[in-house]
Design a protein around this ligand. Structure first.
Ligand SMILES: [Zn+2]
Length: 335
């Protein structure tokens, strides 16, 4: 029952409330992202005024594939194990995440797990208490903390360590990214529909990576834009999280990160990633999708207020129910 507390954020993690050790600015990284943003914004401008239509569609296609790799893959599958995926899907996720060009999946998952484990404390590398700019930008430009070894001991990476696709991507990251994520995509627009090299470099190279980098950063900082502020109450249907979906449930994700619907709980039908996961499930590529119901949550909260049970214990029980239901669902016969 206790094991889910690792994922359940909270300030109750004993002994972890001390400050994160000093991290210094990495100037080479700052320079890289500065140039990426300068070229990227020029690329976005070119996308509207100079690009061929095929380049526009290709840009949207690559961003969507990367988005799937980052959110359905690195986040929901590898960081939180919200479902179990077949080797075909894990191979696709590895390619999609490589195309996104945001570093290896292993590293992303490690830092995201760290973010959840120490959420709300000073050891959180994306510390939300320091504001959006720190969480979204600055935290990604800093060196690893000098006491990184203590984090490595605290973060359980065994599930990710066992995955051959994650291992391969980590081992050969730079060559895979340069070929699949940079040279081939830029070259394809020039060869197949005669886009100019300048346009292709600025749009398919820089602008695309600008968007995917910010999506990757947003997964750790989105709560600060679209989450509920402490003590705030809003009507349930009234808060636009993204342009197409509505939800307040980014906060929910920090409480029950193992739910496959993630921040879309409460409004399951409009999220692109939930739709894709449903589709993969129906096609038989993934199974054991863990989720919960409003009734289970209500019951857990009732137990907390009416018995000695702590919130962590009640949520661990919810997780156990979800795991059992997911397993039971997998055993059912599917046509
Ligand atoms: Zn998460």
């Amino acid at each position: 029952m206790r094991e889910s507390t690792e994922q359940n954020n909270n300030n109750s993690i004993s002994g972890n409330n001390n400050e994160i050790k000093k991290r210094s600015m990495k100037w080479i990284v700052i320079l890289f992202y500065t140039y990426l943003h300068i070229f990227g914004f020029v690329g976005l401008y070119f996308l509207f005024i100079k690009a061929k239509w095929m380049t526009v569609f290709y840009f949207l296609f690559l961003v969507t594939i990367s988005f799937i790799g980052l959110t359905a893959g690195a986040h929901r599958l590898y960081a939180h194990q919200t479902y179990v995926a077949s080797s075909q899907i894990r191979f696709f996720i590895m390619l999609a995440h490589t195309i996104a060009g945001v570093g290896s999946m292993y590293n992303w998952v490690f830092w995201h797990k760290m973010h959840h484990k120490y959420y709300g404390t000073k050891r959180d590398p994306y510390n939300h208490n320091r504001g959006f700019f720190y969480s979204h930008v600055v935290s990604n430009l800093l060196s690893v903390p000098s006491d990184i070894k203590t984090y490595e001991k605290d973060i359980d990476m065994r599930d990710v360590d066992m995955d051959g696709y994650v291992w391969t991507q980590r081992k050969f990251y730079w060559i895979l990214f340069i070929v699949l994520g940079f040279v081939l995509p830029i070259h394809a627009a020039v060869v197949y529909w005669d886009e100019s090299y300048t346009n292709s470099f600025l749009i398919i190279g820089a602008a695309r990576l600008l968007i995917t980098t910010n999506i990757s950063w947003l997964i750790n900082s989105a709560l600060l834009i679209w989450g509920l502020k402490k003590g705030s109450k809003f009507p349930v249907d009234d808060n636009s999280v993204f342009f197409l979906s509505k939800s307040y449930w980014l906060n929910y994700h920090y409480m029950l990160p193992w739910d496959w619907k993630s921040e879309e709980f409460g409004s399951y039908e409009r999220g692109l990633i939930s739709f894709i996961l449903k589709m993969w499930y129906e096609l038989g590529f993934i199974n054991q999708l863990k989720t919960t119901t409003c009734d289970d949550i209500r019951e857990a909260l009732y137990k907390v207020v009416s018995s000695e049970m702590t919130l962590d214990e009640a949520l661990a029980e919810v997780k156990q129910n979800a795991e059992e239901n997911a397993y039971r669902e997998m055993l059912k016969y599917h046509h």
